[in-house]
Ligand binder design. Sequence first.
Ligand code: FES
Length: 315
Amino acid sequence: MSARMIMKLHVSDVYDEAPDVRVLTLRHPIRRELPESTPGAHVDLRLPNGKIRQYSLIGDPTDRTQYRIAVKREDDGRGGSRWVHESLKVGSEAHVSAPRNNFGLSSEAQKHVLVAGGIGVTPFLAMVQELSAADQHYTLHYSSRQPVPPFSDFLKDLCGDSVSIYTTHDPQAPRFDAETAFKTVEDGTHIYCCGPASLIDAVKRATAHWPPEQVHFEVFEPVIDENFTPEPFDIRIASTDAVLHVPADRSALDVLREEGFVLPSSCELGVCGTCKCTYSDGTVIHRDQVLSTAERQDQMMLCVSRARVRVTLDL
Ligand code: FES
């Protein structure tokens, strides 16, 4: 596990892409280059109360002089987007992590199908820049409740026939139909989805018969499973053979930190990928939104995932 570097960046530009979507450009006050990012990457933005929010980088991934993020104001949300809209102005300082990518483009894919809903379009803004520049085969399906969806002019200009925009405020307008689009499994096609839970669920259902390694999701909000009842379990530390007990009301991350392990974390909600740890045996109850099926064979997220009875961690 590696800690995420937090940088003090300056807001160099702000504009409203839509009445509730603000785009911010962030630059380092001294350094000309920021840490590299790849399409689909996000950064953590640290709020004044110490909480963290994740935002996809939407700019040209080859331009390392600046990061750009788009923040939708959610008045019923947890407060992060309100703070961004009300407090970050040109010249403000923003505490931002180096990028992390849990939603990268597959190098194996011969065709990419991108499915976006609402502000979930943001990771795809960088992806389509790379895919268009590399002349790769892709389609973007973008559904939005807005009559004029944010970034639609940019996407139409860049993607041409490769983008289909669905404006769901109009009941007569055509909708994206995941069941039909993904009825037939296609070798070499990778599907990527980011958007509200209803879209994620629809695409999960429609792709249930696809190989899991060909279907990718980006989720920034934890999925609340009200039926889950946490059970206590034990952690064995591989390097020392020590055994730590994790009570039902605490996380593995909390217990390990209390024992002196210095472990990075960010969201502590299972959505950012920072607290990943490898394990070598035990049955893990995965509760994150980050790891693929293959990764879950030997990795777990310490902030939310648990184990049945005992797990051995590579610490
Ligand atoms: Fe974000 Fe654990 S801290 S997934």
